[in-house]
Design a protein around this ligand. Structure first.
Ligand SMILES: *Cc1c(COP(=O)(O)O)cnc(C)c1O
Length: 394
């Protein structure tokens, strides 16, 4: 363990099981540690650094904005927040935006909206929200309660008791759970933390139909899938459903903390001044970084690259043919490898020693979420190292 980590363990809270590695710089898809060793980053933070590390356009935008206008609070207006909201509404095709600092806060905004909508539509505060087993929606009390992973709840009970979890692929159970006490259905199109599991169209269509039938709203959490990662700006755009609310964060700011909750006009109008707020949300520097990120994704056709490199990755992983690979699944550049044994951590360590950073999504799933700029040769390198790492983990 490096001395940095010994120092860290003395002064920071003990909540992360960190890898024994200290990164000091990054460029594109390559990270460098404090010993000068380089690594191919196939995780991009956790699906954050979509343009890779220190992309020159994002660096320039942050530098310029830091020397022009740093912070003003949301008591005033600055042009970049308006421009970013306009861009998000344009790529989404509808809605109004609230800017947050994180994914959990974007989901909190959506849940507060659902409460207000139920009061306006039905004259009563519906508290119930239906979510899926295996989901992940954040670490605040409400979003932790929304998260369909009981193991994460255990040490924090009692939690808000508003959430009903149904199996992630049981449309009948979902339909039955969405009755007229329900304010919202909250789900991911591809469960990220929950094993890189795509949710079936049947589930999504059932959610949409039942929400419409009972006057609830459909919230799609695109915190991990959004901003081009799955091969479209938003993952729902490849499905038959359109939600009422979309939440974003991870990749939006090109590495800076910014989230967004986009709601349809009808839903957004349930908020009035004073109903919701944040000190830092949508600050000038974060917005400058986000605008540069969106512009670069568009200019460099990175959504097309996510589709093509995603197919290369998916097919290459399937071609490895290791008997411990049970399934390769995902959309675009969010790909999971389900293993037949809980050895994902061991494979990650072996790959790291070989110079490739992979992730996990549970004990038996490897997660790939590389920058959207990843090249053909870099995917090939990641495939070769993954095969070798699997072979090394006996
Ligand atoms: C990461 C994540 C969140 C939480 O985002 P934070 O920025 O860590 O609060 C919520 N939903 C999904 C799907 C995520 O992947």
């Amino acid at each position: 363990m490096s001395s940095f980590q010994e120092q860290q363990a003395k002064v920071e809270m003990n909540v992360y099981a960190r890898a024994p590695i200290t990164f000091v710089s990054g460029a594109g898809c390559v990270l460098t540690d404090d010993a000068g060793k380089t690594y191919l980053d196939m995780l991009a933070g956790i699906a954050v650094a979509s343009l890779g590390h220190c992309h020159p356009d994002v660096v320039a935008a942050i530098r310029d904005q830091a020397g022009t206008l740093d912070h003003i609070s949301n008591l005033y207006t600055h042009p970049l927040q308006v421009e970013l909201a306009q861009r998000l509404v344009a790529i989404n095709g509808w809605g109004r935006v609230f800017f947050s600092n994180s994914g959990a806060e974007a989901n909190e905004c959506a849940l507060k909206l659902a409460r207000r909508v139920s009061i306006e539509r039905h004259g009563v505060a519906r508290t119930r929200v239906v979510a899926l087993e295996g989901s992940f929606h954040g670490r605040t009390f409400a979003t932790l309660a929304a998260t369909g992973q009981p193991g994460k709840h255990a040490r924090f009970r009692p939690l808000p008791d508003w959430f009903t979890h149904v199996p992630a692929d049981d449309p009948e159970a979902l339909a039955a759970a969405v009755d007229d006490g329900v304010a919202a259905v909250l789900l991911e199109v591809v469960q990220g933390e929950g094993g890189v599991r795509p949710i079936s169209d049947a589930m999504l269509v059932t959610a949409r139909e039942r929400c419409d039938a009972v006057g609830a709203i459909l919230i799609i959490d695109e915190v991990q899938t959004g901003i081009g990662r799955t091969g479209s700006w938003f993952a729902y755009q490849q499905t038959p459903v359109v939600p009422d609310v979309v939440t974003l964060a991870k990749a939006l700011g090109g590495g800076l903390p910014i989230g967004a909750c986009i709601a349809s006009e009808a839903v957004a109008s349930a908020f009035a001044p004073g109903d919701h707020a944040t000190t830092f949300g949508g600050g000038p520097i974060q917005c400058a970084a986000a605008l540069a990120t969106l512009q670069t994704i568009e200019r460099d056709a990175l959504i097309t690259n996510a589709q093509q490199r995603g197919t290369q990755l998916l097919e290459g992983l399937r071609a490895i043919g290791d008997p411990r690979i049970a399934e390769v699944r995902g959309r675009g550049l969010l790909v999971g490898v389900k293993l037949t044994a809980p050895i994902a951590d061991h494979v990650v360590v072996a790959a790291r020693d070989l110079g490739v950073i992979l992730g996990t999504a549970g004990p038996d799933v490897l997660r790939f979420a590389p920058p959207l700029i990843v090249s053909v040769a870099q995917i090939d390198e990641a495939l070769a190292v993954t095969a070798k790492a699997l072979a090394e983990v006996g």
